[in-house]
Design a protein around this ligand. Sequence first.
Ligand SMILES: [Zn+2]
Length: 281
Amino acid sequence: MSLMAALSYARHGIPVLPVHAPDQGGACSCDKGVRCDRPGKHPLLRHGLTDASTDTDQIRLWWTHWPRANVGLRTGVMMDVADVDSAEGWHGLRHLLHDEVPAGPRVRTGRGGLHLWFRPTGFGNRVRLLPGLDWRGAGGYVLAPPSRHASGVDYSWIRRPTSGLPAGPPALLALIEGPALPPAGRRVTHPIRYAETALESESDKVAHAPVGARNDTLNRSAFILGRLVGAGLLDEAAVWHALTAAGLWAGLSHAEIRGTLRSGLTAGIRQPFASSGRDAA
Ligand SMILES: [Zn+2]
């Protein structure tokens, strides 16, 4: 059964990898058994993710060898996945997207969470994007139906993929992208100066955004600067003023700008930027 699923994913261009599976008692099929700290979740292959394949002969060979293997899918190739593992994560995501979570493919995970599939963003994995929400992108993988969780529950489709995947909503992409600066783990020594530079560079991005990307750019910039407003590093009125001028320069209408600024800023303010070392949302 998992072989058929694996072949079907591969036929859609998604690289597949066999993953250890739990037995009836929840023990991992690896040497550690009950002592495994990631039962049924880590790859069977020596090189893990990099061995993931769409080659049907290779996949048949793997499942001949390990007929009960869980099905892992490499992310960042055909899809990225929002990994929601608690009610808090789901509420956080809905809040961020103003209750407009795109109606793409959805998986109920073995421990009762959700996987939401999106078009690849080009970004890598992000752990704890929000409490209870991780992002699986380039260099990551997820388990897919009909994999079995250590709890004994199978991953299952709530909504199967049909044609095309939804794009990641701008507020979500902005959160994944993070502020344009500073590298993870670097302490911001002059938060105010940093915020002022960000205001300048984000306004510049909006003013020069190409037609077709203007509104998305404005939304992302509003979100990024909103995080600095939330941290008390920028004045909301100043951000509103600068981004409105930039949006008008780019050719957007007053009405478009107002609507986008309101949602982008509000979402950002709710995720204040932390200037002390790690940018923990
Ligand atoms: Zn294991």
